[in-house]
Design a protein around this ligand. Structure first.
Ligand SMILES: [Zn+2]
Length: 306
């Protein structure tokens, strides 16, 4: 059997092997034990280049994980994650990401690869192909599409559902939301904030079609002052969310925002924004814009009828 060449192809191949193994031994399908898979599979399929070590080490700040060749030149490989990372979901995603580099990129990168937390959020193939490929592989391996669709089908998506899915697959909340964003027909956006600013954001395809998105990191954009993310509300309020009127977030529509505040001290926020299912039509847009302009004029004139 020939070997796959794409991230999805590799993930599907490994998922098939795992399913057979799990069925034969009566094991649960999820979450996936990436460390065991990496070592067993590489030994069998690439006996000259097996992964013989998967472990945590104290790596420099900002480095999430590494794929490294054995320094002796034996041909063995090691996968390392930064042991300062406490979240098991982030660790698991990092291991899968590095396994993706091993399968797809070790021949072109014989010296190995070092990956930052920013790389783990790099999904743009045009900007950083190999990081995007490693992420795609990790996402498909840990959360196979068929199962993810089955689990999310017909449910009203909120932070609780996303947390449940993140637990099922042992991935971070961010990874689960990003996965859902790739399959949903909802107009949605994930916004990750750091210290009051937008660190990165991603719009679902249907929202992109309405041209609502934050451009990639060209400038520093503060979180909207009226957003939950900027207001540091209590955890329950953030999870339950708030329906903002038009004008708080991007676009001229009301937005339902649900935000989770990271327990760490890095002041990170993860916001899931849900826009109305139906994008406003062109004439509605014109009307909304006119209203917004009038509002601004009213405010400028120091009052208005409201
Ligand atoms: Zn990487």
């Amino acid at each position: 059997m020939s070997l796959p060449t794409t991230p999805q192809g590799w993930a599907i191949r490994l998922t098939k092997i795992l399913s057979l193994h799990q069925a034969a031994h009566g094991l649960p399908r999820f979450p996936i034990d990436v460390a065991a898979l990496a070592q067993d599979f590489s030994r069998q399929v690439f006996p000259d280049a097996p992964i013989t070590i998967v472990k945590g080490l104290l790596l420099s700040k900002g480095v999430e994980g590494m794929l490294m060749p054995h320094p002796s030149g034996s041909g063995e490989w090691g996968i390392v994650y930064n042991e300062t990372i406490r979240s098991p979901g982030r660790r698991n995603f990092t291991l899968a990401h590095e396994l993706g580099h091993y399968l797809l990129h070790r021949q072109t990168n014989p010296g190995g690869l070092e990956c930052t937390s920013r790389n783990m959020a790099d999904w743009d193939e045009a900007r950083n192909r190999i990081e995007a490929e490693a992420n795609t592989f990790a996402s498909y391996l840990l959360m196979p599409l068929d199962d993810f669709r089955e689990q999310s089908k017909g449910r009203i998506i909120d932070i609780d559902v996303m947390t449940e899915l993140a637990d099922r697959y042992a991935v971070s909340l961010t990874a689960a939301i990003l996965k859902w964003m790739t399959i949903t027909n909802k107009r949605a956006m994930i916004v990750v904030g750091k210290e009051g600013f937008i660190d990165w954001a991603w719009s679902s395809e249907p929202l992109l079609r309405s041209r609502i998105y934050y451009a990639a990191r060209q400038s520093v954009i503060p979180l909207p002052p009226a957003s939950l993310a900027a207001q540091e509300v209590d955890g329950d309020t953030g999870r339950h969310g708030h329906r903002h009127p038009a004008g708080v977030w991007l676009g001229s529509e009301p937005v339902h925002e649900m935000t989770v505040f990271s327990p760490g001290n890095d002041q990170m926020t993860i916001s899931l924004l849900l826009y109305p299912d139906q994008a406003p039509s062109r004439w509605e847009m014109a009307e909304l814009e006119e209203e917004a302009t009038l509002d601004t004029v009213d405010k400028f004139m120091g009052g208005g009828a409201g």
